[in-house]
Design a protein around this ligand. Structure first.
Ligand SMILES: Nc1ncnc2c1ncn2[C@@H]1O[C@H](COP(=O)(O)OP(=O)(O)OP(=O)(O)O)[C@@H](O)[C@H]1O
Length: 691
């Protein structure tokens, strides 16, 4: 009867919507008369045979103190003190440090009573008895036994979950609180000095400023400058952007792809230090199919046996190296690192393919396609028609043919900004190649690869130097290199002309004047002048001369790259948070529900692990009053973030039989997690891949 009475009072108190004023003076007065006859209680009120007792009895220095709900709540009150008595630090009782206390200090943390109404929905049943464990550490309490409104999780213009705590981390806070007893009810409140010290500590965390920092790590939302950029590219989310995700997925899949052994029975298992060969193009079978100066060539993706990194192997079939002088150039190429070139890693000869092959090893860039297939694909399904090839034999007057080309080109032309973008990237690569005393010698649409974001890379560097071996045998190698550098610039002029006309035939001698005319009509004079300069045979050209022609377009390129960097950095920031939480979940998952540990079948259900189990329920398994799952990502993220940092804030956990409520700080939970995971880790089979 008495028990029913107290239960009803507790329910009505907890359900009650309190005004600010009531909150200040709210007093929980529940008499200590609720002992359940079924349980034998220890002096701290915990049934000895309960899992809770295993937590309380564990060897820990910071064990929270358990009291029956009647003992504990009867003492907790917020209101004006009458009699004062100093409470020692680390008091076992609940001390609401951030509450409004007599003098009017305002709380900066979630209010215990505000967030408590859900509790009432789970407190039914005859013989009801709850035990409350109070962590000895001071801190705010945020019991969420049933759903509470989630913290805001909006991406833009709003911080998702930052809880601002004025408290010092546990261990550094000396809890000084006053305690009063009024008519059997004990009142606790912190000294104002303590509060101000804590707050000031936080305020001082940013030198010279008066700001308060979050007590735990949290993703603060998309920065506004990125929001503006992203509105052009798509919606925001707490996970990586869809286009970037798909892009990375497909590149990962390509990196991991393996060939069907039945389709490629002749592929060697291992070539020098590489295995897992996978052809990147059909292997040429026709000996007349010559790619590099009379030699057949084929490309493979391969994995380095020692490092496991993927590389791109360019194999020159049936090639015998006559002398090794050209290796000087190989060494020079190997040193060249630039964002617009595919770096040469090494060169070796091999008989693994059943012939004498020369293999050039490069970085592998999954998902690349050549500039030829991107813009000049002769594949009829792409609908590409070369304007210069439209019925060239037709007996039409020249002007008619030219008009057809113009019409076609105007309908299909590449945006000029894209062409300048390519020019900037290619000249950037040529600049460092020429500065290193080398020449590209393969500035051809088939030897330039393009990846996401219109990134160009020169993909066949060093091959000509080895195959031709002419620079090492020449009487004046320097003059020869300079000659090849001039050829590079002419090749660049042809490439730009081809892109502007969307035709590789535009650069044929008989088409050049028509092609230049087409460019003059459809693009700016600057582009035309650049092409004319590069194709002029008389003058000695240099990449440096191209810079003023590019002019302010450098700034456009720089702006676009920096904007992309901002967007990607924000993606990293999100995934950094997700990665951190993932690691935390791995720890929790390794502990929760572990069926057995060191021959102990109850390990995951007892001691520190019991607390973690209840916390897991609290984070993931909450239900609404009518028993439906309550899923709220913001709640999950907030709880995990607080656990990760181990903030002093308290949380109310409920046993599954709803007979015990545990008020425990995140500091304590973090301690439980670390202790328990260390136990698992120490007993585990050693690998390099833990944590
Ligand atoms: N470093 C690289 N990483 C990934 N893929 C590459 C790399 N270099 C080239 N590729 C891809 O390999 C394929 C073959 O490249 P290759 O340079 O042989 O072009 P190609 O058009 O076949 O020229 P050729 O007719 O002269 O052989 C192309 O699809 C290209 O995108």
């Amino acid at each position: 009867m008495e028990t029913e009475n107290v239960k009803e009072r507790l329910n009505s108190l907890l359900q009650k919507k309190l005004s600010e004023n009531e909150r200040k003076t709210f007093v929980l007065e529940i008499q200590n008369k609720m002992d359940h006859p079924m349980y034998v209680f220890t002096p701290n009120g915990i049934p000895q045979e309960s899992k809770l007792a295993t937590y309380m009895n564990r060897q820990s220095t910071s064990t929270p103190v358990a009291t029956s709900i009647t003992q504990s709540f009867a003492k907790v009150a917020i209101g004006s003190p009458v009699n004062s008595k100093k409470v020692t630090p680390q008091s076992p009782e609940f001390v609401p440090t951030n509450r409004i206390v007599g003098g009017g200090n305002t709380s900066a943390s979630p209010n215990f009573f505000n967030s408590f109404p859900g509790l009432s929905g789970t407190t039914s049943g005859p013989g009801y008895q709850r035990t409350v464990i109070d962590s000895p550490h001071s801190g705010t309490v945020s019991p969420h036994l049933t759903p509470q409104p989630s913290p805001p999780l909006t991406i833009n213009n709003c911080s998702p979950i930052p809880h601002v705590s004025l408290e010092k981390p546990i261990g550094t806070v000396a809890v000084a609180a006053y305690q009063e007893n009024v008519g059997g009810t004990t009142y606790f409140y912190p000294t104002s000095a303590e509060n101000s010290v804590s707050a000031n500590d936080s305020l001082n965390s940013i030198p010279g400023t008066s700001s308060i920092t979050s007590s735990y790590q949290v993703y603060p939302g998309t920065p506004s400058h990125v929001t503006a950029l992203k509105s052009r590219t798509g919606s925001s989310s707490f996970f990586i952007a869809e286009d970037t995700r798909m892009d990375i997925y497909s590149r990962n899949a390509l990196t991991l792809i393996q060939p069907d052994p039945e389709q490629f029975p002749d592929l060697p298992q291992e070539v020098d230090n590489y295995h897992e060969l996978c052809p990147l193009e059909p292997i040429p079978t026709n000996p007349l199919q010559k790619a590099h100066l009379g030699y057949q060539a084929s490309m493979y993706k391969a994995t380095h046996v020692k490092t496991g990194t993927r590389h791109c192997l360019r194999r020159i079939h049936g090639f015998r190296l006559q002398n090794t002088k050209c290796m000087t150039y190989v060494d020079m190429w190997k040193k060249l690192i630039h964002s617009n070139i595919v770096q040469l890693k090494e060169v070796f000869t091999t008989k693994s393919f059943g012939d004498n092959s020369m293999v050039f090893v490069y970085d592998y860039h999954p998902g690349s396609e050549t500039l030829l297939t991107k813009h000049f694909s002769t594949d009829p399904i792409n609908g590409y028609v070369d304007p210069f090839a439209t019925d060239p034999s037709a007996p039409r007057p020249y002007s008619h043919h030219k008009n057809t080309i113009l019409r076609h080109q105007q309908n299909n032309k590449l945006p000029e900004t894209l062409i300048w973008n390519y020019i900037i990237q290619l000249t950037s690569a040529l600049r460092i190649i020429h500065a290193a005393g080398l020449a590209c010698r393969s500035l051809d649409p088939t030897k330039i690869i393009i990846t996401v974001g219109n990134r160009l890379r020169l993909s066949c560097l060093g091959v000509m130097d080895v195959i031709m071996n002419d620079t090492s045998t020449a009487s004046n190698p320097l003059a020869l290199v300079q000659h090849y550098q001039q050829e590079d610039l002419t090749s660049l002029g042809k490439l730009v002309l081809a892109l502007a006309c969307k035709s590789t035939m535009a650069v044929q001698r008989e088409n050049i004047s028509t092609a230049i005319e087409v460019v003059t009509r459809t693009y700016t004079t600057d582009l035309r002048n650049l092409i004319m300069y590069l194709l002029s045979p008389q003058q000695r050209k240099s990449v440096a001369d191209l810079m003023p022609m590019i002019g302010a377009r450098f700034y456009i390129q720089l702006d676009s790259i920096q904007s992309r960097t901002d967007i990607l950095e924000n993606e990293v920031a999100k995934e950094m948070e997700n990665g951190r939480l993932f690691r935390l979940l791995v720890k929790l998952g390794s502990i929760n529900e572990r069926p057995e540990f060191n021959m102990d079948g109850t390990w995951s259900e007892t001691g520190d692990r019991y607390m973690l189990k209840l916390f897991r329920d609290y984070v993931f398994h909450q239900v609404t009053e009518d028993g439906r799952p309550w899923l709220d990502m913001a709640h999950v993220v907030q709880c995990l973030n607080k656990l990760d940092t181990g903030v002093p804030e308290k949380v109310c956990l409920m046993s599954r039989d709803e007979q015990s409520i545990l008020v425990v700080s995140y500091t304590e939970l973090k301690h439980c997690l670390e202790q328990s995971f260390d136990e698992v880790l120490n007993a585990s089979v050693p690998t390099d891949n833990v944590t």
